[in-house]
Design a protein around this ligand. Structure first.
Ligand SMILES: C[S@@+](CC[C@H](N)C(=O)[O-])C[C@H]1O[C@@H](n2cnc3c(N)ncnc32)[C@H](O)[C@@H]1O
Length: 301
């Protein structure tokens, strides 16, 4: 059976075409509706054709999770600067004349630095280009979007920020782990795995009862995360899930408990991207999975 992600509106080079499916709109209605939305694009270049930068959140992998506003910006871009976690199908939405420039990290090779990315963005905008800076998830969640926006402000370049679905939101919903749930979790905290670098003293504040914790970039730091949380009093069998390749046909959800987090991470070494979700909410998945369609398709159950 076809994975749900492939039932995209946005097939390569055919942004307005929708596959046969369950929609209440006909193919024609859907296409004209999308075209109308795209024509209504709110940001126009001014008469002097000054450059403009859209810092755009591409969400977690699945092109169907893009916002309409993001699609509009991508379709009108002259240059796209994109990161490693951006799905290439999303780039295909751009005009055939648009240039794509990869500015992500390269495995085993030196990657372009943050300063160079900012310089490139500024220089393209100063040449009068309409630039889309495309970032995985949301630009302002562990995405350095703020730094890039500051660089544009410094050079008086007009810009906008278009939100994206951040990995914690997209991957947990797609894995049937509600980040909050009445009577189970009243708050959720997003943490970077880098929290463990240096002398991090605040483990007990990080984890309080009735809370969900989501670690971005945490797989490599699992040993310190496990030890830090257990030493601060969190129970050893606290529920944990690791979601790999979230919101893609390769998505996998590995459920374990806190004292086995590091062992599981060792078996997943090198798998990227991966997100760690901790909290009683992880257990809800067992019930929620019973009649859901998309996850059973994803995981071949
Ligand atoms: C540099 S951060 C960027 C986060 C991004 N700005 C966001 O809002 O999702 C990259 C980390 O996000 C998480 N991540 C991003 N996309 C993911 C996905 N599709 N599945 C699982 N984790 C993901 C991983 O922890 C990855 O190491």
């Amino acid at each position: 059976m076809e994975a749900p992600y492939q039932k995209s509106w946005f097939k390569k080079g055919q942004a307005s075409q929708k596959q046969e499916g369950s929609s209440r709109f006909s193919k024609h209605d859907q296409a004209s509706k999308l075209n109308q939305l795209l024509e209504d694009h709110s940001v126009d270049l001014d008469a002097n054709h000054k450059g403009f930068v859209s810092i755009v959140g591409a969400g977690p992998h699945d092109p169907d999770l893009l916002t309409v506003k993001a699609v509009k910006a991508i379709m009108s871009a002259e240059v796209l600067l994109y990161d490693r976690l951006v799905n290439k199908d999303i780039l295909e939405l751009a005009s055939p004349q648009a240039d794509w420039i990869y500015v992500g990290k390269r495995c085993g090779q030196p990657s372009i630095g943050q300063e160079e990315i900012c310089d490139l963005m500024v220089s393209l905008a100063q040449q009068g280009k309409r630039v889309v800076r495309l970032k995985g998830g949301d630009p302002f969640v562990f995405g350095r979007g703020g730094e890039e926006a500051l660089a544009l402000v410094k050079h008086s370049i007009a810009y906008e920020v278009i939100p994206g679905i951040t990995a914690a939101i997209g991957c947990s919903a797609n894995s049937l782990i509600p980040l909050t749930h009445r009577g189970v979790a009243r708050s959720v905290t997003f943490v970077t795995g880098q929290v463990v670098t240096g002398a991090f003293e605040a483990w007990s504040q990080l984890m309080q009862s009735g809370q969900t914790l989501v670690f971005y970039m945490g797989l490599e730091k699992s040993s310190q995360i496990q030890t830090g949380l257990i030493n601060s009093g969190l129970r050893e069998d606290f529920p944990v899930a690791i979601i790999t390749h979230g919101c893609s046909p390769q998505q996998q959800v590995h459920v374990t408990q806190l004292n086995q987090l590091n062992d599981l991470s060792i078996t997943l070494k090198g798998v990227s991207p991966a997100l760690i979700v901790m909290g009683e909410v992880v257990k809800l998945r067992e019930q929620l999975i019973e009649t859901v369609q998309s996850v059973t398709e994803y995981e071949g159950i």
